[in-house]
Design a protein around this ligand. Structure first.
Ligand code: ADP
Ligand code: MG
Length: 691
């Protein structure tokens, strides 16, 4: 479509700024959907709709004006407005500037006898007649009623040099002149079946709806389109992975698995056994495994992963175990040492903190097949790490790895099996949207003997008392703070300052600190010391949030708990209650917002990760469940999950029918669908062209 600079009112300079928003063509413009809408209709009963905000608008006749000079740099311009039935005093606020008259344009527009539209909020809720003006438009301003007032108005994300006013006007022109070019591509059958409006109409109405009904229908249509394309992409991606032949096969020999099981010293839980069976069946199948293992914190995912890795090693292949942080990679390395010693398995940890020489040596071994299992962070993704025969990739704590990273991983291994693990229990709609190409195993039971962690809000003295008590019995404690260093604001506590203070408070205890800014060797030393019970109290930031496993630790004190999200709180709590003894999680909180209080309350009332995630999605709203928002694959233009879960359900139903009758989307009726699908997802998700 046409370059954006040829759109009326834009020109080359503005076009350059719009380019910064990723808008190069008129089509890009039309696809740049509002982030919300403002209901600026005058004298209309306003209906409620998600993302639609009510904005007060006044239409009136200017009676008189005056400017006021206040001491200081603020200048106020005032006008008395006859708003039809009542008089209001409207104020415009400007910063003084001695080089020019900050009111010059106001003096031009706001004259006695003029009729004006004002977007204005009451200065004080009690005095509706005193208005603070945000925007004003003269009655004879034609664009005003087209795009800015007395209608539902779109609100777009902006950038420097692009004002809301300019953006709305440019969009209005694009929409009125060009939306006819946004051709329909959904087959008529689907449109009729779901009662959806046409595409051109949808584009007009999503930007400049005439009423709430139009807005709702435009959104439904465009969200459906978006989710249908995504569901199709998942189905194709899935089909594509399943159609690959690995070209190698596994035999379950048990010469490593059996001694490993014996070394564990505990029985696997029924759901661990089931997950291992699922995984072994996948690994023995002709197509590569793509499986997600979901299990709450402490449910024992690591031994499941190790079993899979050992199957690969038994068969003479290499495996990789990836963790999101170096601390966690180091810890997994220690776990491997504990359970695999004497089995003859060769493994190493590869992180960016290794000295160049060590790294080089490890990489050489990996390439020569001198290592069976490599544990590491994203460092194992670097192109200079070459494997001899990589056949299994395990990714721990998946909520930090997107589809693209997964694809990159798979490219490393020659049609390798992948197992992804997450402690994030996600609602089903989200699972399908995020991981629609994966099979799922869930650890539904906890290792026996676990007692739920007693969680309560506590005063700081009581928290310190609990730490003293537990450590006097030989148990260990975590004390978590939000900051590494004081930030000067003083509202939040820091690891460094509190560490100094706690050293004197707990004079006779062995105490250490851990945070992300420490040199890697030191971090490793501290973690190892804590795991070996040489440290009683670990003062840390949330670096310890994910995965750290020290069963002898029985107290978790979270300071400034109001400042942590639910996902973090739940993960932090998961660091205790990992052994057989009763554990406690104490939330020390300062003053907090209602949402903060609700999070703390949720933590105290349930220990189930699933319930936490449900509450989280309710408190924080759509799409932000347990950090899913950071996920690049969830960048929808308009859809939001779980809000649009039922549209997703319809889209998936339609997708299944569609692919059943026309698996390659070859029917001319589906050509547009195929074209748009490939345009968005072929590159993004590595989908092989259907044609
Ligand atoms: P997560 O699923 O959070 O990664 P881990 O794999 O770290 O959990 O396991 C938590 C703790 O439970 C570890 O100390 C592990 O050794 C132990 N564990 C795992 N499975 C069992 C089991 N079946 N019985 C007893 N303890 C187990
Ligand atoms: Mg873990």
């Amino acid at each position: 479509m046409t370059d954006i600079q040829y759109l009326k009112g834009v020109g080359p300079r503005r076009a350059e700024m719009l380019n910064k928003l990723g808008l190069g063509t008129v089509e890009d413009m039309l696809l740049y959907f509002p982030k919300k809408w403002e209901d600026r209709r005058f004298n209309v009963k306003k209906e409620k709709l998600d993302r639609l905000e009510e904005v007060p608008v006044v239409f009136g006749l200017v009676r008189s004006v005056r400017d006021m000079y206040t001491p200081g740099s603020l200048r106020i311009f005032k006008a008395v407005i006859d708003a039809g039935g009542y008089e209001a005093e409207a104020s415009w606020f400007r910063r003084h500037n001695h080089r020019f008259d900050v009111f010059s344009s106001l003096r031009r527009d706001v004259k006695p006898g003029e009729r004006l539209w004002l977007v204005a909020s009451p200065e004080d809720p009690l005095f509706r007649t005193r208005l603070r003006v945000e925007e004003h438009y003269r009655q004879d301003d034609l664009m005003a009623q087209n795009a800015h007032v007395n209608r539902i108005v779109p609100v777009y994300p902006l950038t420097e040099g692009i004002t809301a006013r300019f953006m709305r006007e440019a969009m209005f022109r694009a929409v009125t002149e060009r939306s006819a070019e946004m051709g329909e591509f959904l087959p008529g059958r689907l449109l009729a079946g779901r009662g959806l409006i046409g595409r051109e109409m949808a584009f007009r109405a999503v930007h400049f709806p005439r009423n709430v009904f139009e807005l709702r229908e435009a959104r439904r249509r465009l969200i459906y389109e978006e989710l249908l394309l995504m569901s199709l992409a998942w189905a194709l991606k899935r089909r594509q992975t399943r159609s690959i032949e690995k070209g190698f096969s596994y035999r379950i020999k048990r010469d490593l698995l059996t001694p490993f099981r014996e070394k564990l010293g505990f029985e696997l839980t029924p759901s661990q056994k089931k997950a291992i069976n699922d995984i072994f069946a996948d690994m023995s199948a002709p197509a590569p495994m793509s499986r997600l293992l979901e299990g709450d914190v402490g449910s024992g995912k690591t031994v499941v992963a190790m079993s899979a890795l050992l199957l690969a090693v038994e068969n003479g292949y290499q495996g990789v175990f990836m963790a999101p942080t170096e601390i966690l990679a180091e810890q997994h390395f220690m776990t491997f040492r504990r359970y695999l010693s004497g089995l003859g398995v060769r493994f190493a940890v590869l992180t960016s903190r290794l000295k160049p020489k060590e790294r080089r040596e490890i990489k050489e071994k990996i390439a020569a097949g001198g290592l069976d299992i490599v544990i590491g962070t994203h460092a194992v993704l670097e192109p200079d790490v070459k494997f001899k025969d990589l056949k299994l990739i395990v990714v721990d704590e998946q909520h930090r790895f997107g589809v693209r990273q997964r694809a990159a991983l798979r490219r490393k291994g020659d049609k390798a099996d992948t197992l992804i693990m997450t402690a994030t229990p996600i609602p089903r709609t989200l699972f399908l949207a995020l991981y629609g190409d994966l099979d799922l195993s869930v650890l539904t039971d906890m290792p026996p003997g676990r007692k739920p962690v007693r969680t309560e809000r506590a005063a700081e003295e009581d928290a310190l008392k609990a730490v003293r008590e537990e450590t006097s019995r030989g148990r260990q404690a975590y004390m978590v703070y939000p900051l590494i260093e004081e930030d000067g604001a003083g509202a939040l506590k820091s690891v460094k300052a509190e560490f100094e203070r706690l050293k004197t408070v707990f004079g006779d205890r062995r105490i250490a600190m851990l945070h992300g800014a420490m040199p890697a060797e030191e971090k490793e030393r501290v973690m190892a010391g804590f795991a070996a019970r040489k440290i009683d109290i670990l003062v840390a930031t949330s670096v310890i949030e994910v995965g750290i496993d020290v069963p002898n630790a029985t107290v978790m004190v979270i300071n400034n708990a109001e400042n942590f999200g639910l996902a973090s709180l739940h993960q932090l709590r998961g660091r205790v209650g990992r052994g057989r003894s009763e554990s406690r999680c104490l939330l020390v909180a300062g003053e907090t917002t209602p949402a903060g209080a609700e999070r703390l309350e949720a933590m105290c009332s349930t220990s189930s990760g699933f319930e936490i995630s449900e509450k989280d999605s309710r408190i924080r709203g759509a799409g932000e469940v347990l950090g899913v928002r950071q996920h690049g694959d969830m960048e929808f233009r308009l859809a939001e999950l779980p809000r649009d879960g039922d549209v997703l359900g319809q889209a998936m139903e339609d997708r299944d029918k569609l692919l059943e009758t026309d698996p390659g989307l070859r029917d001319p009726e589906n050509a547009g669908l195929r074209h748009n699908l490939m345009k968005i997802y072929q590159h993004k998700w590595d989908i092989i062209d259907l044609s």
